[in-house]
Design a protein around this ligand. Structure first.
Ligand SMILES: NC(=O)C1=CN([C@@H]2O[C@H](COP(=O)(O)OP(=O)(O)OC[C@H]3O[C@@H](n4cnc5c(N)ncnc54)[C@H](O)[C@@H]3O)[C@@H](O)[C@H]2O)[C@H](O)CC1
Ligand code: K
Length: 523
């Protein structure tokens, strides 16, 4: 496998601290000395740092403080300090630690012999421009307390530009939780393989911008520990784009590109139906039908002239009372139900739960489902079923799971195992879970934390499914694509319009530009 392909595939892998330790043990027992790996790591980090120092977003690197802990993360820090010193940088090493590991101690001894400023006085850091955090990596075992905790809090208050090695010190490798206190990094250089902490909401604002430093760990050693088809995966650009039904066959026609029915909206929430429709429009779906209460049908026709807008009888509050008698649900490969529906439309949700096609339940459809028996209703379906809760909706759907578990990855997978459905647990790092695997979307933007962006995702996802179902391909991969595409459009919009400028309608207008941008990079 060539290096470029290997490097891309490594990006999909996510490990726990224990798995990382076991993988590293395999390569040590295969013969590479720990010290050699540390030199390789530090060489790659030093090279990356020189690139980062040249970025305009980083302050000058006139004086660099290296924070050194007792373990091999500290060892990495010391080797980086030595290499930066030889490159002519002004270095100070700060270590609030006693009893370091043997290899770390010998690197400290050599750094001192070179005349590098080595101090346990934190004031030495005050005039540094940049701090490199080598206090703790995946070996952190317990809460950080005492002098080290005080030091970390003082360092955070210095508001320096911080680059953490492997993990921000104090972050739990698997859950991202803060163990007592933690370094707040601007950039984290994750070593070898992505750790689970990078894919959990909890530690994100301590991690900052995350980059992977590939250590050329042999795939055989990785597979030996996590298996060839690991349960936990990271969604990547490649896997997302490769699942799209592109390029289209020259003889394709609208029926081959599938037919989606969206059941959404109410007099109270007209916009949700429009946003879901605009999300579906960007998916390229062959035909789009949108069932809405009669009173808002004109609004939909105005916004989505290419769609078939189906007016439905409505309640006095303007919610959908029932679908038209002549509607044939077997015409559609996929039905989306929920955005803006209001919880009055229970009969609609109950009917869609029995539909003989793929369904996606979102928003009020989930709140209605929560009042039924979600596990029974979902697990009795024989067709692809996707639910797209945010954490609040998830809690209402599966209170019994929330009572026992906090980790969102585990929660999503448990819900998928219980229901047989694909669970899209939305958050800063959205999880897509089937009963056997979990994918996590590693990049997003807080700009998406606004009303309506979920409606856009539901419509986009709904529109992507029909051609996949007609092609009889597995649906979970296209779910990943929708989640990835939606967040990439948000990132592009935030880059061009700031994080305040990504309202849901604007987001719909960035879906195609975001895809165009990525397709250009791979062609
Ligand atoms: N595995 C390897 O040999 C290599 C790992 N790399 C880097 O080293 C770390 C992992 O190294 P390890 O020594 O296992 O752990 P840490 O450096 O993270 O430090 C653990 C160290 O700290 C002590 N400790 C744990 N918790 C606390 C606490 N709350 N307060 C005080 N002290 C604590 C513990 O006893 C250990 O002594 C990995 O992240 C990489 O950065 C190298 O890159 C290659 C070789
Ligand atoms: K660190």
């Amino acid at each position: 496998m060539n290096a470029k392909i290997r490097s891309k595939k490594i990006q999909q892998i996510v490990v726990t601290a224990e798995q990382m330790r076991n993988i590293e043990e395999r390569i040590f027992s295969a013969g590479i000395p720990v010290a050699a790996l540390m030199e390789k790591v530090a060489g790659k980090i030093t090279h990356k740092l020189q690139t980062l120092f040249s970025e305009k977003s980083i302050t000058s690197a006139d004086k660099i403080g290296i924070l050194v802990g007792p373990g091999h993360n500290g060892g990495d820090g010391l080797v980086v300090a030595r290499e930066l010193y030889f490159l002519g940088y002004n270095i100070v090493i700060y270590s609030p630690i006693s009893k370091p590991k043997e290899l770390t101690e010998s690197h400290a001894k050599y750094a001192i012999s070179l005349g590098i400023n080595f101090s346990s006085n934190i004031k030495e850091l005050y005039d540094c421009d940049i701090l490199i955090d080598g206090l703790f990596g995946f070996g952190l075992e317990r809460e950080i307390t005492g002098e080290i905790a005080n030091a970390i809090n003082i360092i955070n208050n210095l508001n320096k530009f911080v680059i953490s090695i492997d993990l921000p010190s104090g972050i739990h490798t698997d859950t991202g939780e803060i163990l007592g206190t933690a370094i707040r990094a601007n950039i984290t250089l994750c070593l070898g393989l992505w750790k689970q902490a990078f894919l959990q909401d909890t530690g994100l604002d301590y991690i900052g911008r995350a980059e992977l430093i590939d250590l050329d760990i042999p795939r055989a050693d990785i597979n030996a520990i996590i298996g060839e088809y690991p349960i936990l995966n990271r969604i990547t650009q490649d896997t997302a784009i490769n699942s799209l039904p592109l390029p289209r066959p020259v003889n394709c026609h609208k029926y081959k590109n599938g037919h989606l029915l969206i059941i959404a909206g109410s007099k109270q929430y007209t916009g949700a139906a429009i946003l879901a429709g605009l999300g579906a429009r960007a998916s390229g779906v062959g035909m789009l039908s949108i069932a809405v209460p009669n009173s808002i049908k004109p609004w939909l026709s105005l916004q989505l002239p290419e769609s078939l807008i189906i007016g439905c009888p409505e309640t006095e509050n303007g919610a959908i009372l029932e679908l038209p008698e002549d509607i044939d649900l077997n015409r559609y490969q996929t039905i989306v139900c929920g955005p803006g529906l209001t919880t009055e439309a229970q009969a609609i949700v109950e009917r869609i739960l029995t539909a003989n096609c793929a369904i996606i339940l979102d928003a009020d459809a989930l709140n209605i489902l929560a009042k039924l028996n979600p596990v029974l209703a979902l697990s009795s379906r024989k067709f692809p079923t996707i639910i797209t809760p945010h954490f609040g909706e998830f809690k209402r759907l599966f209170p019994e799971l929330i009572a026992l578990e906090k980790n969102q990855i585990i929660l999503a997978k448990q819900a998928a195992e219980l229901t047989g459905a694909i669970i899209v647990l939305k958050g800063a790092r959205t999880c897509v879970a089937t009963p056997n695997q979990v994918w996590i979307n590693p990049d997003s933007t807080p700009a998406l934390g606004r009303g309506g962006s979920g409606d856009v995702l539901t419509g986009l996802l709904g529109g992507l499914l029909p051609p996949i179902i007609l092609a009889e391909k597995p649906v979970e991969l296209i779910v990943n694509t929708a989640v990835w595409w939606h967040s990439q459009a948000g990132i592009l919009a935030a880059t061009e319009r700031t994080e305040l400028g990504v309202d849901a309608y604007t987001l719909t207008q960035y879906l195609i530009p975001a895809l165009t941008q990525f397709l250009k990079t791979i062609n």
